[in-house]
Ligand binder design. Structure first.
Ligand code: E4P
Length: 217
């Protein structure tokens, strides 16, 4: 399973990239606003930190506007992945861009039928939002299971990118279902390494080692 980080905070991205566990980055207009940075500048900088896909979202609502913005964004770096909304215009733009060899992440997916359309439009990634789905009383992971089943039924190459991840259980469930990618906030990714018994064991080992008076040298 690939791990993407969902942020436009360059320091956080560099910190996670240094672990060697980071496969890509996703951003959205809200995360760009939170960063306080210029959109094109920050995307270009992120693309220099990670080798994998960096999703950068267009904001136009019509196909011509999306393609115009996508053309600017994809020229920033070879690992830019253009993020488009799951609308009919977004799907039209998706088909055009992927046929030209540009990676596309179709975002704001909330149903398996929408995911089916994105795959037919040749999307590189489909982003179902599990946390926002949970927020309104549906089980976001049911959606991931349905999409996995449908994509496997037809051998679609589109990768399932589980988005709107809120906690480590979302990542565990996504991995069990066989999702291709998760994107999560930096804190959630870092929490995957934590366990209270690991901390307790380390304290015990350190205390016992101190009693030996030895150093490893
Ligand atoms: C995905 O690409 C989105 O940027 C993100 O996962 C949305 O998450 P949120 O629902 O926490 O805003």
């Amino acid at each position: 399973m690939k791990f993407f980080v969902d942020t436009a905070d360059v320091a956080e991205i560099a910190d996670l990239a240094a672990t060697g566990l980071l496969d890509g980055v996703t951003t959205n207009p809200s995360l760009i606003a939170k960063s306080g940075r210029n959109f094109l500048e920050v995307v270009k900088e992120i693309c220099g930190i990670v080798e994998g896909p960096v999703s950068a979202e267009v904001v136009a609502m019509d196909v011509d506007g999306m393609l115009r913005e996508a053309d600017i964004v994809r020229k920033l770096a070879p690992n830019v992945c253009v993020k488009l909304p799951l609308t009919l215009d977004g799907l039209k733009a998706c088909r055009k861009l992927t046929s030209e060899g540009t990676q596309v992440n179709v975002t704001l997916c909330f149903s398996a039928n929408q995911a089916l359309l994105a795959a037919k439009a040749g999307a590189t990634f489909i982003s179902p939002f599990v946390g926002r789905h949970d927020d309104v009383g549906f089980d976001g992971m049911d959606l991931i299971e349905d999409i996995r089943l449908i994509y496997d039924n037809y051998d679609f190459a589109t990768q399932i990118l589980v988005a709107s991840v809120r906690h480590p259980i979302h990542i565990l469930q996504a991995a069990k279902i066989g999702a291709d990618v998760v994107t999560a906030p930096p804190a959630v990714l870092k929490n995957l390494a934590k366990h209270p018994l690991t901390d307790r064991g380390l304290e015990q080992f350190a205390a016992d080692w101190a009693k030996t008076g030895q150093v490893i040298a």
